[in-house]
Design a protein around this ligand. Structure first.
Ligand SMILES: Cc1ncc(C[n+]2csc(CCOP(=O)(O)OP(=O)(O)O)c2C)c(N)n1
Length: 328
């Protein structure tokens, strides 16, 4: 019998290792940064369903999305550290990363800023009639912005192939979705605009991938928008304005033994996937071997990114490159 695949585990762990490396050199980052801890399931699901030709509008919490889609971790960390690497030459910081070759053209750090981009992508892709989809990833806070209603409405009445993916990392709160949201079900806010909507447990990467794959398949065929709420627990390292690695380096072998801490025992989608592999009868040594493969591949990531040459300020050519102006 073929052993269960560790691909999903390794992909999510690769994204987590990127963020852990970034948090280790956070003192060298000029500006703000966010990490994706706990949101790796939607990132891996996105990578599983994305096809060449699709366009993706992500948000300021984009690291896992980009790493899972295939962005080079060393180049991406160097970019965040302000090193002049292609394509953004160290100007993006953590919150404006892009990867045009992967369909991520630009990242708005405004809450809900990517929603109108994705509707525009959907309109353009529909006109080209290629069966491609415009994806949008955003937090639960974006659903509170008025532009969410406008975008859901336009995507529905213009029948646009847009896949709205709401990463709801406030899902532990009972009753209201969170302190700022009167609605108890975010799916209802999409459904009211005639956008078919589902909710999935984002702590379960397999379920998240299945749910996204099913919705995207129908959107590719009927070119109508869909909405998926991916519910996860908040990661406590995000409690401060600047995230810190309060849960420490992820160790997938912890899945074998309860710790008494909800993060490790129930909430971390990576440990949950390791747990699912153990339940599939994969020996813990092979789960550990999967982790070693990721670690060997990324060995020295932060050192290599930090070692790239930097400048205190970008050169005039870099700072003004790609800036459009009427006056020279
Ligand atoms: C339009 C706008 N308002 C306020 C902010 C400041 N801000 C940055 S993150 C954030 C919280 C967003 O919450 P949520 O969408 O739930 O995402 P999370 O950070 O929990 O992933 C806010 C208010 C912003 N970036 N853009």
């Amino acid at each position: 019998m073929t052993p269960p695949s560790t691909d999903l585990l390794e992909l999510m762990l690769r994204a987590r290792r990127f963020d852990e490396a970034l948090l280790g050199v956070a003192g060298e980052i000029d500006g703000h940064y966010h990490v994706s801890h706990g949101l790796e399931a939607s990132a891996a699901a996105l990578a599983a369903v994305r096809l060449p030709g699709d366009l993706i509008a992500t948000n300021y919490r984009s690291h896992a999305h980009l790493i899972c889609l295939g962005r080079d971790p060393e180049v991406m960390l160097a970019e965040v550290l302000g090193r002049p690497v292609a394509p953004q030459l160290g100007r993006s910081g953590s919150i404006h990363l892009c990867a045009p070759e992967l369909g991520v053209l630009y990242t708005s750090a405004m809450v809900a800023g990517g929603l109108p981009h994705a509707v525009g992508y959907g309109l353009a892709l529909k006109r080209r009639r290629e069966g491609s989809v415009g994806f949008c990833l955003f937090g639960d806070g974006a659903v509170q912005e008025g532009v969410f209603a406008e975008c859901a409405n336009l995507a529905a009445i213009w029948e646009l192939p847009v896949m709205f993916i709401c990463e709801n990392n406030a899902a532990r709160v009972s009753g209201r979705t969170n302190a700022y949201q009167a609605a108890t079900a975010l799916t209802a806010l999409a459904a009211v605009h005639d956008v078919e909507a589902e909710s999935v447990d984002g702590r379960d990467a397999r379920a998240t991938t299945r749910a996204l794959r099913d919705l995207v398949a129908v959107t590719r065929s009927d070119a109508r928008p869909r909405f998926l709420e991916v519910r996860s627990a908040p990661w406590r390292g995000n409690a401060t304005f600047y995230p810190t690695d309060v849960t420490g380096p992820t160790d997938v072998t912890l899945a074998a033994t309860p710790t008494g801490d909800d993060w490790y025992d129930h909430d971390d989608p990576i440990l949950n996937e390791a747990r699912a592999l153990l339940a599939d009868d994969l020996p813990v040594e092979q789960v550990a071997a999967a982790q070693r493969r990721v670690d060997d591949d990324l060995a020295g990531l932060a050192d290599r990114a930090c070692a790239l040459p930097t400048e205190d300020l970008p050169s005039r050519a870099i700072a003004l490159g790609d800036v459009w102006s009427e006056t020279p």
